[in-house]
Each structure stands twice: as C-alpha cells, then as structure tokens.
Design a protein around this ligand. Structure first.
Ligand code: GLU
Length: 446
C-alpha cells in the first residue's frame, strides 16, 4: 500500500500510461520501497525526483519494414525508450519477441535505471526492441531485419548518448548485424555504440557468460552469509537461453547440481545433472526445442503440462521471462524446502509470489540486483573500448565477481540502514534509487 505523495505518483503513472500493465507493476514494486526514503530525504520530493523518474526522457517508436525469404514485405514495430541519463549514457538491451510492446519496453527500461545505478558504474537506463519473432526465421531474414531496425535506430544512439546491447532474442549474431549496419551508415568504427560484440571485433571476454555467472556469484554471497555454499545443492533453472545456460555452468563449477531447465515448450528433468554441452548444442547451435535434449540423453524426461517449479530444489533461478513464477509456484517451492529464489530474468516473480516467499521465509533476490552482472560487464566492455584495450578472461571474471559482491553488500547495508535487515528488495530499490536521485539533484531540473 502506498501513502500520500507516492500514492499520487502511482495514480498519475496509471492514468498517463493506460494498458501498460508490466510498466505499472515495475513502478509499483520500486515505489513500495521508497516510503522511508522520502521521509528521511524530503529534498527528493521537493525536486519531484520520483515523478520525473517515472516519465522517460525520450520514447522512440518506429516502423521496421523488411522483405522475408518468400519476397513478402513484413512490417514490425521498433522501440527505444531512453529512460534516464542522470548517471551516464542510456544503457540497456534490445528485446526481439512477439510480446514486445511499449509497456514491456518501459518496464524493462525503468528497472534498468535502478539496476545500472546499483552496479556503481557510469551508465543511465534505457531499453528497446521489436515485436519481431526470430523463431523459425532464416539467418538472412534475421540479418535483413536487423539492418532495417538499425537504419532507423542509428540516428538516436552513440557511445556518449545511448548504448544498446542484447536481451531476449538478441545475441551475438544480432549485435553483429546491427553493428555492421551502424558502421555502414555512419562510416565510423564506433566500438562503444553497442555492447555484446564478438571477441574479434571489440567485444569483451565474459560478456556472454556475465548475466548467468553474476547471478550465481550473487547467490553464492547469499549462501555465504549463512556459512553455506553451492556444494551439494539441488538447483532448478528456468529457461535455456543465454542467462540460463551460463547460470547452469557456474552452478556446476561451484559444486551444485542443476536438475531441470526449460523453454517455452516445456521443461526437462535430468536427475544426473544437466549435460551442459548437449544443452548448448541443442539451444545455441541447432536452435531447437528442448525436446531434442531428452532425445539425446538417456534418463532425462520432458514435461509439457506442469510447472518447472514443481521440481523440488534448494535454490530456484528463474531465468526465462517476466511473471513466470506465480504465488502457486512460490507456495510449492517453499513447501519443497527451497531457501533461495534469485531472479536471472527481469521481473520473473509476480508480486503475489514475492509476498508468499517472504511469508515462508524464503530469501528472495530481485533481478535488478541479482542479474546486474550482464549490464555491469557491458560497462566493462565500454571501458575496454574507450581505452582500446582487451582484458583477459580471468581479469574480467574477477571484476564481475567483485561487482556482484559489491552489489550484494550495498543491498544488505542499505536494507539495514533503513530498518529492514536482510530485505534484498528494499536494499536494491533504495540503494539504486538514492544514487540516481542524488545525481538528479546535482544536475538541476532537466
Ligand atoms: N539486457 C540485459 C539486462 O537486462 C543487459 C543490458 C546491457 O548489457 O546493456 O540487464
């Protein structure tokens, strides 16, 4: 429940952004943590910091026309929401998925402001994407779509302005086509304009692995506070995209066993532990459905008519998509003895699920803290590009681990300082918010 001015701000968001339910959810989640902050710092309210943050600095919507392999003209819609540049150039990924509309891009962009602030690095918040569905599209179609998308986007981005990267449906292949078209149009080899680039043309080591690795580093810090570790833990990871795959890898390196993962067609249970090489072959190389994993792996089985959260585990890592883990799932997880739920995806737990987890005493780590390793490593990529340098894997991974440990510490210290010890949601929201808010105060009414 929000009170006073915060309630008024939320009503204004509802009124000014009709139908954008995911955006409303993301705003409410942050505002719900801010009551003690506005009490302690009235200057934020006086400068209308929160109301300004809820209104993106700039929103771009554009037509993306392209021609498919059959010669048919296709029309998609492109978005870039430049939410906040108080701490640095707008920074955040591009999502290509049929569910993308303005409300999704705004929820992601809003989250990104606080996530990026929490990393402690000089990056603002933004997000973009398209309702283009890459599923079943040929390589040539994906390339032509990316070129058409960049033909409009290029005029809005730049290493000091706005630096997109990947998200769902946008990986190394897509970033390559996008960068190629940017370079062609502008006649500039501006490495710092996109992150998630290939290693041979300006990318950073560990960027591909960073979100999944960072998530597991964060959970490792949580376990450490209880003098515990991943050793011998049963872990369930939803999804089987970039975040999930590298979360599985790091859990295995730290001695845990991942017994299930999923895609939009169902989930697989593999009690012997997910065979990572096979999973990568199926999802990254062959780009097939997860059923292909089961066909090649004796002992594993596929479930298509139930929830992956029915699988008993110690640690649950939702790495698929928004609102994939609801109150029922949270109830089952808690009953089965799960003690940590950490978000690899953005906003995968519904508000009701988060409530259930809290009541059951399950530690919940919100995405804006737990999955910040991806964008933090993007900032490391920008740093390497700016100095025309290229760091080793070990050095970059160490930097990532230190950043995740710093975020974990900042969350706990902030939660403690605001009278909510151990509450990662309050810690993440308040620490992220105050860093942006202080910068906005310093920069004046802009
Ligand atoms: N899409 C990722 C996220 O949700 C990373 C964005 C980036 O690297 O800019 O944080």
């Amino acid at each position: 429940m929000l009170h006073g001015k915060l309630a008024g701000t939320y009503d204004e968001v509802l009124r000014r952004n009709p139908g954008e339910t995911e955006f409303h959810q993301a705003v409410l989640e942050v505002l719900s943590s801010l009551e003690p902050v506005v009490v302690k710092h009235p200057q934020y309210a006086d400068a209308e910091i929160i109301r300004r943050l809820c209104e993106p600095e700039r929103q771009i919507i554009f037509r993306v026309p392209w021609v498919d392999d059959a010669g048919q003209v296709q029309i998609n819609r492109g978005f870039r929401v430049e939410f906040s540049s108080a701490l640095g150039p707008y920074k955040g990924g591009l999502r290509f998925h049929p569910s993308v509309y303005l409300g999704i891009v705004k929820f992601l962009g809003f989250e990104q402001i606080f996530k990026n602030a929490l990393t402690g690095m000089p990056i603002g918040g933004g997000k973009g994407g398209s309702d283009f569905d890459p599923k079943g599209r040929s390589d040539g179609e994906v390339m032509r779509f990316c070129q058409a998308f960049m033909t409009e986007l290029y005029r809005h981005i730049g290493e000091y302005t706005d630096v997109p990267a990947g998200d769902t449906g946008v990986g190394g292949r897509e970033i390559g086509y996008l960068f190629g078209q940017y370079k062609r149009i502008t006649n500039r080899y501006e490495s710092g304009v996109l992150t998630g680039k290939g290693l041979s043309w300006g990318g950073s080591r560990v960027r591909t692995e960073a979100t999944g690795y960072g998530l597991v580093f964060f959970v490792d810090e949580i376990l450490r506070t209880r003098q515990d570790s991943f050793d011998g833990k049963r872990v369930v990871v939803s999804g089987s995209g970039n975040v999930a795959i590298y979360a599985v890898e790091k859990v295995q390196q730290l001695g845990g066993t991942v017994v299930a993962c999923s895609d939009s067609s169902g989930y697989v249970v593999d009690e012997a532990g997910i065979d990572l090489a096979l999973l990568r072959e199926v999802k990254e190389e062959r780009r097939e459905r997860i059923a292909a994993y089961v066909e090649a792996r004796p002992g594993a089985y596929l479930v298509t008519d139930a929830s992956i959260w029915d699988v008993a585990c110690d640690v649950a890592l939702p790495c698929a998509t928004q609102n994939e883990l609801d109150a029922d799932a949270a109830t089952v997880l808690a009953r089965n003895g799960c003690t940590v739920v950490a978000e690899g995806a953005n906003m995968p737990c519904t508000p009701d699920a988060i409530r259930v987890l809290a009541e059951a005493g399950v530690t919940y780590a919100p995405g804006k803290a737990a999955n910040a390793g991806g964008v933090a490593t993007s900032a490391l990529e920008m740093q390497q590009n700016a100095s025309r340098d290229s760091w080793t894997f070990e050095h970059t991974e160490q930097r990532l681990a230190a950043i995740m440990s710093g975020i974990h510490e900042r969350c706990l210290e902030t939660a403690e300082a605001y009278g909510q010890p151990g509450d990662y949601t309050a810690g993440a929201n308040i620490a992220g918010f105050t860093r942006v808010a202080d910068a906005m105060l310093a920069l004046g009414i802009v």
